[in-house]
Design a binder for this molecule. Structure first.
Ligand code: SF4
Ligand code: SF4
Length: 281
């Protein structure tokens, strides 16, 4: 049986790809970014039970050694997330693709596509594949939001039902990337070139973190790879995201937000490289 851990479903979003889309956020990630603003999506719950007594409404229970969550009585206070010692969340639904497609069919009149995000959604690849297949049969567009730590070149089956990937390129420098995420960026950079070459790169995102990451170097390296595709008319977007210390863990709480001037400077580099669609968030 195929099933995924679903952290959250946004029925309608206009910022996760073109048009109005339903977005599925899956639980679990294979990076551990210091600046993650949803650190509770990183790890999978190990049923330790530490959050049960923190819940004021009884939405979380420990039943035969397993944590259960009842969404209908949750007041969204997030006390459970603050109590969790391992950056996990008990507020997760185990969902089969058929259930997810049932939700989608109710949204059909109002959406033109779906986006699957995370955590890192490729960790639950079989669910994503089944969901995208069903979504395609409904006539919906399919986008995947990924940290890039997945070998897309080896997965033609998934790419055949995926319109495009929204790829995070957090840092081009391998050492700084490892310091930030605890993982190599080898696959990320491979995917940047590969997905662009097959027309499946929807957009690149880079979070700009002043004084911590070599942001300009990353933007220049991304632009060097994508410039030939932009010159050939490929509509690959580049989203430059301002770091904000909201929801982040201790080590990043005092990092400043980048100023307008530095963001515009980076935008200028991408524009000069030929990107027609650079946005600053
Ligand atoms: S957010 Fe967590 S602690 Fe708060 S009511 Fe919901 S399950 Fe309970
Ligand atoms: S969500 Fe965290 S605190 Fe709650 S049971 Fe799971 S691992 Fe323990």
């Amino acid at each position: 049986m195929i099933a995924a851990l679903v952290n959250r479903i946004l029925p309608f979003s206009s910022v996760d790809g073109p048009g109005n889309r339903t977005v599925f956020f899956l639980q679990g990630c294979n990076f551990n970014c210091g600046y993650c603003h949803n650190p509770e999506t990183i790890h999978v719950c190990n049923n330790c039970g530490a959050c049960v007594s923190a819940c004021p409404t009884g939405a979380i229970r420990l039943v035969e050694g397993k944590v259960t969550y009842q969404r209908s009585v949750c007041c969204a206070c997030d006390a459970c997330l603050r109590a969790c010692p391992r950056d996990a969340s008990p507020k997760v639904d185990v969902m089969q693709p058929e259930q997810a497609l049932g939700i989608l069919s109710g949204n059909l009149p109002f959406i033109r596509g779906i986006t699957v995000s995370g955590g890192e959604c490729t960790l639950q690849r079989d669910f994503v594949l089944a969901l995208f297949r069903g979504a395609k049969q409904m006539g919906l567009g399919t986008l995947l939001d990924s940290n890039g730590n997945y070998d897309f070149e080896q997965d033609e089956e998934l790419l055949s039902v995926c319109d495009g990937v929204m790829l995070d390129v957090k840092c081009a420098d391998p050492d700084a990337h490892r310091t930030l995420t605890e993982q190599s960026n080898e696959l990320v950079l491979k995917n940047l070139a590969f997905l662009a070459s097959i027309g499946k790169l929807e957009e690149v995102r880079t979070v700009v973190v002043p004084g911590v990451l070599p942001n300009e170097d990353t933007v220049r390296q991304v632009c060097a790879v994508l410039a030939p595709y932009w010159a050939a008319g490929a509509p690959i977007g580049y989203k430059l995201i301002r770091f904000r210390p909201l929801g982040v863990r201790e080590g990043f709480r005092s990092v400043p937000v980048p100023n307008d001037e530095s963001m515009e400077h980076l935008r200028g580099i991408a524009l000069q490289a030929g990107c027609a669609n650079v946005s600053i968030l």
